[in-house]
Ligand binder design. Sequence first.
Ligand SMILES: Cc1ncc(COP(=O)(O)O)c(C=O)c1O
Length: 366
Amino acid sequence: PPRGGGGARAPGGCPPPRHLAHPPEPDDVRRALREHPDAKGMLLITPTDWGTCADIAGVARVCHEYDVPLIVDEAWGAHLPFHPALPPWGMDAEADLVVTSVHKMGGAIEQSSVFHLQYDRVSPEVLAQREDLLGTTSASSLVYATLDGWRRQMVEQGHDLLDAALRRAERIRAAAADMPGLRPMGREVVDAGLAASFDPLKIVIDVRELGVSGMQATEWVRDHCHVDLGGSDTCRISASVTHADDDHTEEVLLGALRALVEGAGSIERRPSVRLPEPPVLELEQAMSPRAAFFAEVEHVPAERAAGRVCAETISPYPPGVPVIAPGEVITDEVLDYLRSGAEHGVLIPDAADSSLRTLRVVRTVS
Ligand SMILES: Cc1ncc(COP(=O)(O)O)c(C=O)c1O
């Protein structure tokens, strides 16, 4: 479940809520498995897009008590096995299956995702069959070559390269903290008990004090500094430091942040996104996603969509995390959030009507 809040304290004021979801804790997983005894497994996303990490070993223990496999979506964790100062990776923390996008924090080309399997809760034969169903028959030698190159580089030089990247990330975080209006996230999320650990190579910076959203900051930096940041949402921007960064890229990033602070006053003020309290995002599941996706559907005006079962995935992008999934019951509160986002300029690329004037819902029998 999303757990927001816990923001750094504003000078003389209350901590602004972060509106950030962290990975679930072992007790959350135990509660969910108790409530759903027919669950076939647990899918854990860690690190999140914003670099906060789960207690994977704790979650694995709970899953194994209930005899279900733990699958870790470690898309953002390709580097984790190669330095002891980084959070533990799934295979060391007793996950059954770990899926990693080596093109994200590693050095392989796009589409270089791999999985690692251990123990006997997931059959290698079943896994190979499923992969065969979805994978291409035309494997790319570029993918294999870059994967192998990355593996070798990490084995031979990974520790030293990541050591340098960790020092660089700390320097960047400290420099950003000294810039007015920028609030980088740090270890306080772990100290406050919101996450088990965090990846210091993710530089996540709240920009709301500049009077703009993270999306506007990202667009401005791209247009004015020709720098593409790694991610953004309503509240923040993020940049990943990797083994491949050097003094020049560090200075390019810091220069772009300085320019943003100086130029923020010139960015057009847009209607703000009405961010909901976390429980608002926990929608009732009325049908399975599959049943809703393949059901007879109709398109209804947003004003009449509350109470209807959604038949599409609606994910504001960035960061691309679904707010409504097929089978969930639409509410006024969640519509208010999504439509204020669309008015602010948030992209909602997967909805049939990305302006959200209408929604695709399961047809009701009259
Ligand atoms: C948490 C998470 N899982 C999976 C993916 C998709 O991974 P891939 O690029 O390997 O398809 C992403 C992509 O951004 C992601 O953020």
